[in-house]
Ligand binder design. Structure first.
Ligand code: ATP
Length: 620
């Protein structure tokens, strides 16, 4: 006979309207189920999807501005700690209204993910038994696993939540991590509780800037941890507040607002301050006779420190992981392209990468070089940026004094520099027609003869070329040699444009990690960005994020950080023109013309009476 777990028996009773067997579920869950039943909720039915208007969400966000900015920083840290386990972190206000979420893309797209959005209400009466609703009610950390949720449709979820309390025990907000049941990790709930405690401590520092803040604990090595007591004291030694761990450590003593320091600790306030302002850790005995170590974490207004003290704990610092890949590749088409790239590298075949500007062609070329494990260098040449008469010399080198302005000692050229490695011919469509024959000859023979020289050098070079123009059309127009095209594109890889990539949220998170690892970006902000067109692809997205980071008034980026009517958001310009309105407009004109000419740099240069080098500077 198949074993039926206690939970399943309890569920059967719940669904059949029977009595819920005692001890089959925790009393907290059993009581919650009963309340939901009393409200007439059907466990097999559909929860009420209550979402308040966005204007009200804004008001609630404003009312909780400090909490929100501390919480988003913590959520960002949590996100990096449990990333990849298909979860969502949500911050709700004291009423259980979700203010912000940060999540793995997969979860955000799931049906539950789509219902945990800013403004959604997660009280028991709307969504049945769930962690956010229970925490708001119980004011203590709660986890609700799988089928402990009241509604069947939440049975695949695990939700772990903790309240964020003020020093009087009043609920300020709620923090929740939800994930699919299979992805549940033992330590997630502990991490959520720690994050909530960290936010509570952060609030003490933010809200009491004029006071001294001391940390204390019976063991010196715990002074930097969340179990340390925090004591905010005014300049005359009056206690302003004590955090929850501090209350526990001072149990039995009158640790409350308005009490003098001397009533809590044997060492008088003056003597303690002498040691604390020196910047060191002191040992004091509390009035119950226990010894504690104490250190000053924040100095009261107008009081100078006598020597160097450790700074108040700031928001968490993230460590970037150098071993992490420097690009994102979860999109199906891109994954296929990567597999082909790896295969081509193994076969040492010439690879041609086709993609719009900013889609990552150079990045892919570098990746190919990496996976090829070739010992030589990766050498890149922007074919459009080299003046036509110098092109051959640039690739094949030149002998001493081979032409006017040539370097006195000659140069070996890029093909020899890439010997044993990879030669990346970027903007290959711009190779002057006259030079295409020489390049073709080189690709056939892999032999290099410098301009003005006699000696022939045999080289071993992996060729990768890239362009955003249609080479087949150029062949038809006789602007590109057909035989050169077939030599270059033994394998062609097409990179998808950003707006069509299914891993868009991951790209945003990746760029944010590079630009500002400590800054959170909410799911709602990412959703807003995903609606834009991005003609400049990842490079343009990167610039938009940079702009938002420079202008932000907050510690995080949310949907309000990206204003669609913002002129800069509409003007598409290169990175170096970002900060100057005049050059931004000029740059935008160059880029628009470039697109209108079918990504033809020479034609753009001709139409705008600019050099090709200038055009290339602005279209990168
Ligand atoms: N898959 C990716 N994940 C993360 N970042 C990426 C990815 N692809 C490209 N980028 C980033 O986007 C920017 C542009 O990439 P890259 O220079 O390789 O594009 P490109 O197609 O060669 O552009 P162009 O045609 O204009 O020269 C770089 O900062 C790069 O790091």
């Amino acid at each position: 006979m198949q074993h039926v777990s206690g939970l399943e028996r309890a569920r059967a009773a719940l669904e059949q309207g029977g009595r819920i067997p005692a001890a089959a579920v925790t009393p907290l869950v059993a009581e919650s189920w009963q309340r939901c039943r009393d409200l007439g909720l059907d466990p097999s039915g559909i929860p009420r999807d209550v979402v308040i208007p966005f204007g009200d969400v804004r008001h609630r966000r404003d009312a909780n501005a400090v909490l929100r900015s501390l919480a988003l920083a913590e959520m960002q840290l949590l996100h990096t700690q449990i990333a990849g386990s298909n979860f969502m972190i949500a911050l709700a206000d004291a009423d259980g209204v979700v203010l912000d979420t940060i999540s793995d893309a997969h979860f955000a797209e799931s049906s539950v993910g789509r219902s945990i959005i800013p403004g959604s209400m997660w009280g028991e009466s709307e969504r049945g038994t769930n962690a956010l609703g229970l925490v708001a009610r119980e004011r203590q950390p709660v986890a609700v696993y799988g089928r402990e949720h009241y509604f069947n449709c939440h049975g695949h979820l695990s939700c772990m939540a903790a309240p964020i309390l003020d020093t009087n025990g009043e609920v300020l907000g709620l923090l929740d991590a939800s994930c699919s049941n299979e992805a549940r990790q033992q330590h997630t709930h502990a991490l959520v509780r720690m994050a909530a405690a960290q936010i509570e401590n952060g609030l003490i520092f933010r809200e009491k800037p004029g006071n001294f803040i001391f940390a204390f604990h019976p063991r010196a090595e715990y002074l930097d941890t969340l179990s340390a007591g925090l004591l905010a004291v005014s300049g005359d030694g009056t206690v302003v507040l004590v955090n929850r761990p501090g209350m526990a450590l001072l149990a039995g003593l009158p640790a409350a607002h308005g009490v003098h320091f001397d009533r809590l600790f044997e060492a008088g306030f003056g003597a303690a301050m002498d040691g604390l302002l020196g910047g060191g850790i002191i040992r004091v005995r509390d009035r119950a006779g226990s010894g504690v170590f104490m250190v000053c974490r924040q100095i009261g207004e107008g009081m100078a420190m006598r020597s160097k003290t450790r700074a108040a704990p700031s928001l968490p610092t993230l460590i970037s992981h150098p071993e992490e890949p420097d690009f994102v590749c979860e999109d199906r088409l891109l994954k296929r392209a990567m597999a082909e790239l790896t295969e081509a590298a193994a076969l040492r075949m010439p690879v041609h990468i086709f993609g719009e500007t900013g889609t990552g062609k150079e990045l892919m070329a570098r990746h190919l070089h990496k996976v090829s494990r070739r010992k030589g260098e990766f050498v890149a040449l922007n074919c459009g940026a080299v003046p036509e008469p110098l092109f051959i010399a640039e690739i094949f080198g030149h002998e001493r004094g081979a032409y006017t302005n040539a370097r006195d000692d000659g140069a070996p050229g890029l093909a020899r520099a890439a010997d044993g490695g990879t030669l990346f011919l970027d903007e290959v469509a711009d190779i002057p027609l006259a030079s295409q024959t020489a390049l073709l000859r080189f690709l056939d023979s892999m032999e290099v003869r410098a301009v003005g020289g006699q000696k022939v050098h045999k080289v071993d070079v992996q060729i990768v070329s890239a362009t955003n123009r249609n080479l087949h059309d150029m062949v038809k127009d006789r602007a590109f040699r057909a035989d050169l095209l077939y030599r270059l594109n033994a394998i062609t890889i097409k990179l998808p444009v950003l707006s069509e990539r299914s891993d868009f949220p991951l790209v945003v998170q990746h760029l944010m990690k590079r630009l500002a690892p400590q800054t959170a970006i909410t799911d709602a902000a990412i959703a807003r960005l995903a609606r834009r067109a991005w003609p400049g692809n990842i490079r343009e997205l990167n610039a938009a994020l940079q702009r938002a980071l420079i202008r932000r008034q907050t510690d995080y980026l949310d949907e309000d950080s990206f204003d669609e009517s913002d002129e800069d958001a509409v003007i598409d310009c290169c990175m170096s023109c970002l900060d100057n309105t005049l050059s931004r407009r000029r740059c935008s004109e160059i880029r628009t013309t470039y697109r209108q000419t079918g990504n033809n740099a020479s034609e753009t240069a001709r139409l705008l009476r600019l050099s090709r080098t200038t055009v290339h500077k602005h279209i990168r």
